[in-house]
Design a protein around this ligand. Sequence first.
Ligand code: FDA
Length: 297
Amino acid sequence: MLNKMIVLTMPVIPRAIVRLVSKRYIAGDSLPDAIRTVKQLNTQGMVATLDVLGESAAKAEESAAAVEEYFRVLDAIDKERLDCNVSVKPTQLGMLIDKKLCYENIEKIVQKANLYKNFVRIDMEDSSVTSDTIDLFLQLKKEYDQVGIVIQAYLRRSIDDVNRLARLKTNFRLCKGIYIEPREIAYKHPDIIVKNFAFLVEKTLHAGCYIGIATHDEKVVWESLRLIDRLGCKRDAFEFQMLLGVDEQLRKILVDAGYKLRVYVPYGRQWYAYSMRRLKENPKIAFYIIKAFFGIK
Ligand code: FDA
């Protein structure tokens, strides 16, 4: 109820306050801001993935501009010798305009990343594009190795997707899933989502896939560590991943324990649309943000 109220009142909150609240989750407006953040993270023993903010491109020119920005990102990562890869969103790169255009755009980014021996992660958006995103990934995977995908533990279909993709030794990021989905499509019970997350961790590690365990939920972290121990996995078989600005204490605990930890660093001028969309998509996050704003622990 409180979460819903927060979301309903979001549109009347002044832009400046949204900006202030979302500041800790976004590296800044420009590439130099993002590079500065990644440098700091690298110095503190963490790796990163850079995300150029933007989604749902409606015009081919918008998606072309995103490709150009990703080229600049990859050049800068190489020039500054950063330990950082990139994450891309299919709808930012034309998925809703034309699937072929989207494939070509992402392929250009993957080819550029390949030149630098870097890696491209394809983020997973809402369930209307899950199948198309997986198809696009499978098509890319035929030609390129340095590309990975995201699987959401809340989706009922994910176990089938993992079974299919694990056979190809896919590089996975596993996360709970952020979009609001109907019950027919996604599990709603938090305990089931955690259990399904652990199930997917087990399946993927057992199949010998490299995985990014993307969570701030210590239950999921613990379940993953339990499975890693039981399966006797080496430390280079997985990494933890967390969003910029979220639970830095847990982040430090994992880094100090010697685990590889990648921070997802979004940046760009589309911070307002991104923040508002995220808040509307997941009222729970709105609650965290309001809590953070008022300094409530
Ligand atoms: P949960 O939501 O239960 O949060 C656990 C704890 O973390 C909370 O109790 C709270 O303390 C803290 N927390 C979580 N979010 C917070 C926030 N915004 N601010 C402050 N505290 C917060 N989703 C998706 O659908 N597609 C994708 O491609 C990705 N990609 C992705 C990359 C990375 C690196 C991460 C970490 C996450 C994603 N996600 C995602 C988002 C993911 O699906 C999920 O919505 C969030 O990670 C929150 O789920 P948790 O597992 O952290 O658990």
